[in-house]
Design a protein. Structure first.
Length: 84
């Protein structure tokens, strides 16, 4: 057995991936909100000072979630108009 520690992705990253791969439109906006909240918590966390690369990753993730939310909301609005 190895003593190697496997580092899991940070929670915010796991939640972003869950949002990106969510196929159920009814759950998508909730997953986006959860991921966004986790990212903002990470940014606001006064105890950790993320590196420049992590700061860039956090900003990129927020932008990706914003775009995904816009697309999801458009899809929801289109479904309401067509009655699907």
């Amino acid at each position: 057995m190895s003593n190697t520690t496997i580092h899991a992705a940070p929670q915010w990253k796991q939640l972003c991936e869950a949002a990106l791969f969510e196929l159920d439109p009814a759950k998508l906006l909730l997953r986006i909100a959860e991921a966004r909240s986790a990212i903002l918590d990470e940014i606001e966390d006064g105890f950790s000072r993320p590196s420049n690369s992590e700061q860039a990753a956090l900003r990129d993730a927020l932008e990706t979630l914003r775009t995904l939310r816009t697309i999801a909301e458009r899809g929801n609005n289109a479904e309401r108009k067509t009655g699907s």
